[in-house]
Design a protein. Structure first.
Length: 195
């Protein structure tokens, strides 16, 4: 019971990874245009996954919370016609908190059954899908009719529309996280071992 859940090091890691999210968001580097395809993937959630896997679910949840807070701030700074949905914490905060929790526990489960890099990849995919399905699912549940009106689509088309966005964005995001997270996490662990 003597183990501190939040240490100075963990607070620093939360701050650094949150700063990375903000830099990726402001600079546009966190958005990847896939050549030849009409959609963009985000990697803004990857620091949440990295923090969770390296430091545990509390750190992951904290970075996820701050990622969600950034998405609110981003929509204030750069408003869009549909950006209002992110002012609702069920859309912007809740799914992002769960990214870190899912990443940590999925990794903990998978690493017992497979090589570490593959476990990190699968955990990253599940955490990414948590973000994609969580955010789009909450938008669908809370704002489907209003959202569809704004984009001039029939409200009856809401489910196929959101499912299509989930696939078109979620798949490239999951692939990106499954590639990047193992490389980064294994690199950080190697550096820590060499100290």
């Amino acid at each position: 019971m003597g183990k501190n859940l939040i240490t100075t090091r963990r607070v620093v890691i939360i701050g650094m990874l949150t700063a990375l999210i903000v830099v990726l968001g402001i600079s546009g580097l966190g958005i990847i245009q896939i050549p030849g395809l009409p959609f963009r993937a985000t990697i803004l959630h990857i620091p949440v996954i990295i923090g969770a896997v390296l430091e545990g679910p509390i750190v992951g949840a904290a970075i996820g919370l701050l990622f969600g807070a950034w998405s609110i701030i981003d929509k204030i700074i750069r408003p869009t016609p549909t950006g209002f949905v992110f002012f609702n914490p069920l859309v912007s905060l809740l799914p992002r908190i769960f990214i870190g929790i899912v990443a940590y526990y999925a990794y903990t489960l998978f690493k017992k059954r497979m090589p570490e890099a593959i476990a990190l990849g699968f955990a990253s995919i599940l955490a990414t899908l948590t973000n994609t399905v969580g955010v789009l699912g909450m938008i669908y549940i809370v704002y489907a009719r209003q959202y569809m009106e704004i984009i001039n689509r029939a409200k009856e088309a809401a489910l196929p529309f959101f499912a299509g966005v989930a696939v078109s964005n979620g798949v490239p995001e999951a692939i990106a996280s499954a590639i990047l997270v193992p490389i980064i996490v294994l690199g950080v662990r190697q550096i820590r071992r060499n100290k």
